[in-house]
Design a protein around this ligand. Structure first.
Ligand code: F2R
Ligand code: MG
Ligand code: MG
Ligand code: MG
Length: 352
């Protein structure tokens, strides 16, 4: 029998994987209502009895998450040089996993410089501005598990791992926010009726200290994630049992490749899926969250993956339909990584 945290760790890891695999066919798509019906039917089949089907390949989201997990397990710490080497090795072994076009330059420079200064290539991205893509957020789940009982360590390591590829504050803070959301989910009992507004309020309180408003001007531009989280809260409050149109969610929260317009969206999908959503017919809240996230289209693999990581951390592996798991590439390997990471995390001083 698995312990509660073993189920949650596996759930979050398989959340990353299943959201990525099931979302990737829809990446960059603008979904029509017809396509949403196709999505509903394919999820219906996957919630049914076990059947044979070819596995769906994972993309960069899972590949990079796997590297983060493997490095933490091997080094029992966040070792940036080792992690940089693992990212690069994995990229050159399988360059066609759908990586962001900018991040490939980082891998080339890391390899070309023989990892002399692992932080330098990321700083040079986009004329020195750094990447604001969601790539640092999409791979952060293992950090939430590694630091599952320590908030300060979580922030420190979520930020540090980002800097290997993303130095723009939007890119880094997106990873911190995603890491916080997963950690919060890990600490909610799956049978507990939790308050979704309190979940957002906790994130808002924490982001206050991340998005420090140095001038004290209370400018929206200085606290962009705070502004997005307030929109998430309003959307959850104002619609009651209805749900906002896809168009409205995409317009307000976004569904693109930037951290700012994808991490809060994933948090919203997870929270909104606590209640029924029209057009998504299921009693399974994990499936509902995943299907809802993917149905928004745009950066569907990444928003699906980040939503899956948060939802899986709450519900645990038992709530993920077996067909969904078995139809994703390397699901056994992801389970094993979760188990190994729990062993390591439980032995760390800072989690005691
Ligand atoms: N790249 C994709 N999907 C599209 C291509 C798929 C592939 N060709 C295929 O079909 O096989 N998906 C993956 O990329 C996202 C994560 O990206 P990451 O790791 O953040 O990469 P990058 O390159 O740093 O940033 C992504 C793009 O964002 C724009 N951008 C970022 N910072 C910018 C800045 N400061 N100024 C201007 N533009 C900036 C650029 O267009 C970057 O290329 C995930 O969706 C993952 O699934
Ligand atoms: Mg594609
Ligand atoms: Mg991807
Ligand atoms: Mg993507």
């Amino acid at each position: 029998d698995l312990s509660l945290f073993a189920k949650k760790f596996r759930g979050s890891f398989l959340g990353v994987l299943t959201g990525d695999c099931l979302g990737s066919p829809y990446e960059n798509e603008k979904l029509t209502s017809g396509m949403r019906l196709v999505l509903q039917k394919s999820f219906d089949t996957m919630e049914g009895p076990v059947y044979k089907a070819p596995v769906i390949q994972y993309t960069d989201d899972s590949a990079m998450t796997k590297s983060v997990a493997e490095s933490l397990i091997e080094k029992k710490d966040l070792d940036l040089k080792d992690l940089a080497m693992k990212f690069v090795k994995s990229y050159y072994l399988e360059p066609n996993r759908g990586y962001g076009s900018g991040v490939v330059t980082v891998f080339q420079k890391l390899r070309g410089s023989k990892f002399a200064d692992v932080l330098l290539p990321a700083k040079e991205q986009f004329n020195g501005g750094g990447s604001f893509g969601n790539g640092a957020a999409m791979r952060v789940a293992p950090i939430s598990m590694f630091c599952y009982n320590n908030y300060d360590k979580l922030i420190e390591l979520a930020q540090k791992q980002s800097l290997l590829t993303h130095t723009h504050k939007i890119g880094v803070d997106g990873a911190i926010l995603q890491a916080m959301a997963i950690q919060q989910s890990l600490h909610i009992h799956p049978e507990e009726q939790f308050n979704v507004i309190e979940f957002v309020d906790q994130l808002l309180n924490k982001m206050k200290f991340v998005e420090i408003d140095e001038e004290g001007l209370d400018l929206i531009e200085a606290q962009p994630y705070t502004a997005q989280l307030k929109l998430v809260k309003n959307l959850l409050l104002e619609e009651g049992d209805d749900n906002p149109t896809h168009q409205k969610v995409i317009k307000l929260l976004g569904n693109d490749i930037s951290g700012l317009r994808s991490v809060p969206t994933a948090i919203f999908c997870f929270l909104r899926a606590q209640k029924p959503i029209s057009g998504i017919n299921t009693d399974n809240p994990y499936r509902r969250a995943l299907q809802y996230a993917i149905s928004l289209g745009g950066d569907a693999d990444t928003i699906g993956s980040m939503t899956g990581a948060i939802a899986g951390a709450l519900y645990g592996i038992d709530k993920i339909p077996p067909n969904i798991i078995h139809h994703c590439e390397a699901s056994d390997e992801f389970c094993q990584l979760a188990d190994n990471l729990l062993d390591i995390a439980n032995g760390l001083q800072w989690n005691l």
